[in-house]
Design a protein around this ligand. Structure first.
Ligand code: FAD
Length: 424
């Protein structure tokens, strides 16, 4: 099993294909953007709308990184609850970020509607489910903090959550009606298509191999071409490929894998997630499940599929499916894929200043709303010159001692959990 995007359900069912070409020869632009995920595509769209000339380059195909592989939960906020964000950023900056990200689903679903993006949008809310009775303490704490800043979240008891999920394996849930699900790859590619329609030039299969700044102009070199631009956004996040002249910020890579059933029968769909909420649980080694538009159940958990633990993860996922939804026991998961989440030390995304540019990274598993918002705001800040538009102040440096060890810690923990725990 590889990390090939083509092995994913999202690749098979993607209805958006942005027209793009390999960058050849020398081109000039007001703004060059490196990386064709949510951040880069949203930035390209906004900058082009504001009248800037934009060149957007992607090393592989649009949505190749986290944007094409994720669960598709369009959340209203970060992984951390508001008070934890305030502790790390200070109350003023923290509250502003939480409020901006609380509106991020509005931005995402607004863009989908405005540009007619064919990405299976469902805005029926999300359920953060208690994996055990003890999980309710964490959910209660989150509910209190979110309600204190005006978020319309609602705590569901065990019976209510079980009816919504269609499983006796959940022990309550935190319902967030602001959020929903999307087909993640199609959203990325739809954003790219919208950026092109707004005037941005799109180039796939065009990795930046070197960047430099000469006489105030950025030069971005690719195997067959070069961009000269006044301003630059680097949006390569957890999938950064090496560029001479640029040291990508360190992240902790954490892997997450998923599989999808065949479309469920009408009667199965009446009892399993009848309201189509997107779900994840409160377990330390987290799991998620959601439906796609064709009624496939997409289920996933922490872990990578490119090492000795792959068999353990896959066997565990079959067991998890059967335990959560006994009616689906024995159903084969038809596609299996995984992706790399870019975590930071504090589980918070970062924006760093470049000379005449920005780099953002580290959405720590919450990038649909945040990536779209950060890309949009970085573009606005560059085109208008108003850095106050950024969703949070720029940070300087991001040191992550032992990033490799931390990543191995998560992967080993997930493998051991899937090997030892939760056996039927
Ligand atoms: C398995 C998984 C599940 C997740 N689930 C969710 C979820 O349910 N909800 C949620 O909100 N978030 C989720 N996330 C996080 C979310 O997917 C990411 O935060 C988001 O996609 C980041 O977008 P991005 O544009 O910043 O980066 P990416 O989508 O990773 O894009 C970076 C792009 O840069 C390109 N690139 C790299 N180097 C170069 C170069 N040198 N030249 C040109 N291009 C380059 C890469 O090929 C890549 O396409 C999940 C992530 C994963 C991996």
């Amino acid at each position: 099993m590889t990390s090939d995007l083509a092995s994913s359900l999202w690749h098979d069912t993607c209805q958006e294909t942005p027209a793009s070409s390999v960058l050849t020869g020398e081109v000039t632009a007001d703004l060059a953007i490196i990386g064709g995920g949510y951040t880069g595509c949203a930035a390209a769209l906004r900058a082009a709308e504001l009248g800037a000339s934009v060149q957007l380059i992607e090393a592989e195909s649009f949505g190749h990184g986290g944007s094409g592989r994720n669960v598709g939960l369009a959340n209203a906020g970060l992984w951390l609850p508001p008070e934890d964000i305030n502790t790390r950023l200070g109350p003023e900056v923290g509250l502003r970020l939480s409020q901006l990200l609380g509106q991020a689903p509005e931005t995402v679903y607004g863009l989908i509607e405005k540009h007619g993006i064919a990405c299976e949008p469902v805005r029926n809310g999300t359920l953060h489910c208690a994996h055990a009775p003890a999980g309710m303490q964490d959910l209660q704490r989150r509910a209190d903090q979110l309600q204190a800043i005006g978020a319309p979240v609602q705590l569901l008891n065990s019976a209510e959550a079980q009816a919504r999920v269609g499983s006796e394996q959940v022990h309550g849930a935190l319902f967030d009606p602001r959020a929903g699900t999307i087909q993640p790859l199609a959203f990325a590619r739809g954003l790219a298509r919208a950026a092109r329609e707004a005037g941005a030039q799109l180039h796939d299969q065009s990795p930046a191999t070197a960047i430099s700044k000469d006489n105030g102009i950025w030069q971005i070199t690719t195997p067959k071409g070069r961009i000269r631009a006044r301003q630059l956004i680097v949006a390569t996040n957890g999938y950064a490929q090496a560029m001479a002249g640029h040291a990508a910020p360190e992240i902790v890579p954490v892997h997450y894998f998923q599989g999808a059933t065949a479309p469920l029968s009408a009667s199965q769909r009446k009892s399993i997630l009848p309201g189509l909420e997107g779900c994840w649980d409160s377990a330390l080694v987290m799991s998620s499940w959601r439906m796609d538009q064709q009624g496939r159940l997409v289920i996933g958990a922490m872990g990578a599929l490119d090492h000795f633990g792959a068999g353990i993860h896959k066997t565990w996922l079959d067991r998890k499916l059967a335990r959560m939804f006994p009616a689906l026991a024995g159903i084969k998961l038809e596609s299996l894929w995984f992706g790399r989440i870019a975590m930071t030390q504090e589980y918070l995304p970062k924006i760093q200043k470049l000379q005449d540019g920005y780099i953002s990274f580290g959405y720590s598993g919450r990038g649909i709303g945040p990536g779209t918002l950060f890309g949009t705001r970085m573009a606005e800040a560059l085109v208008t010159g108003d850095a106050d538009l950024l969703p949070l102040p720029v940070s300087t440096g991001h040191r992550l001692p032992f990033a490799g060890l931390r990543s191995a810690y998560y992967e080993t923990g997930a493998t051991l959990t899937h090997l030892i725990k939760d056996r039927v």
